[in-house]
Design a protein around this ligand. Structure first.
Ligand SMILES: Cc1cc2nc3c(=O)[nH]c(=O)nc-3n(C[C@H](O)[C@H](O)[C@H](O)COP(=O)(O)O)c2cc1C
Length: 248
């Protein structure tokens, strides 16, 4: 009887061991956790005010590309958030408690904390008067100042990661006034890594040029440029997102 019982337990243990991990609920959970831990998290920061125009469309394509390669993507629209630029509180540089994530608390705080843990960062902005928008610049002050050491002027982010910088503008490749991300690009490069660039030139500023005082632009030339470039720009954005998600 005792032998039978021992045999039964042994057979049951062997049978349990033979169940593929995936077929038990616990196994499924373990598998999912494993996949999740491998899943890349990409943060996309939209520095433009318009939800359905050029910058947003480019960023949406980046998101699609990244998701197609299995990444988790979060899009943050800066114009939806109430936040300030660096207020020079120097809380990130307090002796013995220096931090390379901004300590000032407002609506940007959780975004900055998420970027610190992310696996990729995408920034997108229309060009306004030759620069990225004020919102993007303001965000970048909060992102980059804590990276900068005033002890030795080194720049250190919590984590290196691939970066994609997107601009959209009226200008043309050989005729534009864009400074792009300007001095902030140096900070990004020194702290996160060498960024990839993507620029959509000569975008449609409005959907119908007949309805606005925009005589300085030829509607026909805009249309022709768009027909020849816009789909390619979107494709490049998709490919860049996918590439970022696939990067080792
Ligand atoms: C306030 C303002 C300033 C602009 N300044 C420039 C500029 O200096 N150079 C340029 O090429 N385009 C300029 N543009 C055009 C925008 O950069 C371009 O239309 C951009 O694609 C708009 O992005 P969105 O469609 O995502 O809003 C400006 C537009 C606005 C509203």
């Amino acid at each position: 009887m005792a032998t039978n019982r021992r045999d039964f337990i042994k057979r049951a243990a062997m049978a349990l061991a033979a169940i593929p991990v995936m077929s038990s609920p616990l196994g499924l959970l373990a598998q999912e956790t494993q996949n999740n831990s491998k899943m890349k998290k990409i943060m996309i920061i939209d520095g433009g005010p318009r939800k359905n125009m050029n910058t947003a469309a480019m960023l949406e394509k980046v998101a699609e590309g990244a998701r197609s390669a299995g990444a988790e993507v979060k899009v943050v629209r800066l114009y939806d958030l109430n936040y300030k630029g660096c207020i020079s509180c120097l809380a990130c540089k307090i002796k013995g408690r220096a931090s390379n994530v901004c300590k000032f608390k407002d609506a940007l705080t959780p975004v900055l904390e998420e970027i610190a843990q992310a696996d990729g960062l995408v920034l997108g902005s229309p060009i306004y008067f030759g620069d990225v928008t004020g919102q993007m610049r303001t965000f970048l002050e909060r992102l980059a100042f804590p990276w900068l050491s005033y002890n030795d002027y080194s720049m250190t982010a919590p984590k290196k990661m691939p970066v994609l910088l997107i601009e959209t503008m009226n200008g043309l490749p050989d005729r534009n006034n864009s400074n792009g991300y300007g001095s902030m690009e140096y900070c990004i490069q020194a702290s996160l890594g060498h960024p990839e660039h993507l620029i959509a030139y000569n975008t449609y500023q409005v959907r119908n040029y007949d309805n606005f005082e925009l005589a300085g632009f030829s509607k026909e030339a805009k249309q022709q440029w768009r027909d020849e470039h816009w789909e390619q720009d979107l494709q490049k954005a998709f490919d860049a997102g996918k590439r970022m998600a696939e990067q080792e």
